[in-house]
Design a protein around this ligand. Structure first.
Ligand code: FES
Length: 575
């Protein structure tokens, strides 16, 4: 082992290098290591196991399997903890903590002696946090996702988190099912540990990690509790040792070309809108600026081929059985940047030469029978969103995609919670619901409150969808004609803050536009008169750092001081 690798790298500064190494070895020998073990290259394994994170409930087994792969290849595996974030156990929202996890990931990789690192993550924000942190840390890194949970069953039907969680809750709100049934289904929705089994954010980011080249081929879809998942872990550990020898860092893998491939895949799988902010943040760490128009162009060229909930029917285990992501990428290979390098050391084009066709053309469609002819995410502009907004077109109602309606405005989440279920609320099915102040600064943390519920009195009358607009995000497992990520957000003076109940708003998916139908003068006057928003509880600590430093949606909500030096150009690349 050379001077600056393995246990000898990154020595603690005592002013005496020899003593620093002597002391380090003395302490770790207390755990029973031999000199022979300590002389090997070191592969760090990030342990995100947490009792509060059932999506990571298999991490201990994964660490065992990764360690086996590392040792088979002649290196020393050392696991270490970082922050772990679960969607339902993070207050105010997991997104608020993503940057904190990325800082933890970056600094603990940098602070501790390792020649490569395996990033074990899975639940929504963890994979982007790890890729952001590892990209900034600059040592060879490879992603291993925990994998999706098994689907569950309720009264003879297959169900899974969390699209069905929302569907059953919607039925309960509409009095279509009773208290007994909602309690019964609560025990049936999550079949095992692992990440949500629909094409939500976790599944999308697992596919992004594979498509961008940061994870092994075929690694995105294997369920958490399967032998396939453990074998992938072993292979990931073995490959991490080679990465250490080759010095293949993420900046060589995550390029404008591979970011382009990732966006192609997000469209083709009907992926979560959250991928846009996460990819913006990952790209930003490496100096790339997001090109929203290119994302839209790519969407118009890329069909949706994967038939999973929330846009379609199946679950992640169906996707895995049908051939997983390589079968999708093979089908759209003519659209991909074939020369993009992956962590295997080969290009995506080379990897796809061996990829098999889909085994199940109902789940992974062919180009001549897509789920939708064009991609799942549209980028909107207009006087309501000068810096862009997002609509998950694959989950939107066709009849509402071209719609003009009266605005019914809620000033913030609290206002909405207090009034949306009131029988006195003046709202009709063809109105457009606007929710302000749930953006990056406004909430803070841009919660997934953009999935605004249908007002109870309309839900009871059978209304299933309405146009809804906010500066927040939406869970990847949700669905509806929902305009999200409106930028700039209302809390920093964006035009959304100027909307009043009774205004008329026009949405056109065809024209990619979202317009508040008032004059420019009136809009300017209202914005001048707007009362500045003050985020609650942001006087000190991490919340203050967050509110002071967070960027808007198009920059991925990263902190300004964490972004890389820009200048690598824009991504993705439109053909
Ligand atoms: Fe963890 Fe859905 S809650 S992936």
């Amino acid at each position: 082992m050379s001077e600056n690798t393995g246990l000898r790298s990154g020595l603690t500064d005592y002013g005496d290098v020899g003593f620093s190494e002597f002391l380090r070895k003395a302490f770790i020998k207390g755990a029973g290591y031999t000199d022979e073990a300590l002389d090997r290259p070191v592969v760090g394994i990030i342990n995100t196991s947490s009792g509060f994170n059932p999506c990571h409930g298999n991490v201990d087994q994964l660490i065992d399997a990764v360690s086996r792969g590392v040792m088979m290849s002649g290196a020393l595996p050392i696991a270490f903890p970082t922050i772990s974030i679960h969607e339902s156990f993070s207050q105010p929202t997991s997104m608020f903590l993503r940057n904190l996890m990325s800082m933890d990931t970056e600094e603990m990789i940098r602070a501790q002696p390792m020649d490569a690192v395996v990033l074990i993550g899975g639940c929504d924000k963890t994979v982007p946090a790890q890729l952001m942190g590892a990209a900034s840390a600059g040592i060879p890194a490879i992603q291993l996702v925990t994998g999706p949970m098994l689907s569950g069953g309720h009264r003879g039907t297959v169900v899974g988190a969390c699209t069905d969680c929302r569907q059953f809750w919607g039925k309960y709100r509409a009095d279509e099912i009773d208290q007994d049934e909602i309690e019964e289904v609560n025990s049936r929705l999550v079949g095992s540990v692992g990440t949500c089994t629909v094409m939500g954010t976790a599944s999308t980011m697992a596919c992004v990690a594979e498509a961008i080249g940061a994870a092994l081929p075929e690694s995105a879809t294997a369920p958490a509790v399967t032998a396939d998942r453990m074998r992938i872990a072993e292979q990931t550990g073995a490959r991490a040792v080679e990465l250490a020898e080759e010095g293949l860092t993420l900046d060589k893998v995550v390029t404008a070309e591979s970011i382009t491939n990732a966006f192609r895949v997000v469209h083709a799988i009907g992926g979560s809108t959250n991928a846009v902010v996460h990819l913006a943040a990952i790209a930003g760490r490496l100096g790339y600026t997001l090109d929203l128009e290119a994302i839209d162009t790519i969407g118009r060229e890329t069909p949706v081929l994967v038939d999973l909930k929330p846009s379609g029917e199946g679950y992640m285990e169906d996707f895995h059985r049908a051939g997983g992501l390589p079968a999708v990428m093979r089908e759209i290979s003519h659209l991909l940047e074939a020369d993009a390098l992956t962590v295997t050391g080969r290009t995506i084009g080379e990897e796809l030469e061996n990829a098999r066709e889909s085994y199940d053309h109902q789940v992974i469609r062919t180009l001549d029978n897509p789920v939708a002819a064009v991609g799942g995410i549209a980028v909107l502009r207009g006087n309501l969103a000068p810096k862009g907004a997002i609509l998950k077109s694959s989950a939107a109602s066709k009849e509402l995609s071209e719609h003009t309606g009266r605005a019914v405005v809620f000033e913030n989440s609290k206002d909405m919670a207090e009034r949306i279920d009131s029988d006195a609320l003046d709202v009709a099915a063809d109105d457009i619901i606007v929710l302000k102040n749930i953006g990056p600064v406004g909430a803070p943390g841009m919660p997934e409150a953009g999935y605004i519920p249908i007002p109870r009195k309309l839900a009871r009358a059978g209304v299933k969808d309405m146009v809804r607009i906010s500066d927040g995000r939406m869970s990847g497992t949700a669905f509806g004609t929902i305009v999200l990520h409106v930028s700039p957000e209302s809390a920093v003076g964006g035009p959304l803050g100027a909307v009043r109940t009774g205004d008329r708003i026009r949405l056109s998916l065809e024209e990619r536009s979202i317009e508040l139908l008032i004059s420019d003068e009136e809009l300017a006057t209202r914005l001048e008169q707007a009362v500045p928003h003050v985020a609650e509880g942001a006087e000190r600590g991490y919340r203050k750092l967050y509110v002071d430093e967070v960027t808007q949606a198009e920059e991925g909500l990263d902190f300004r001081f964490l972004q890389g030096v820009s200048g690598k150009g824009t991504a993705p690349l439109a053909k």
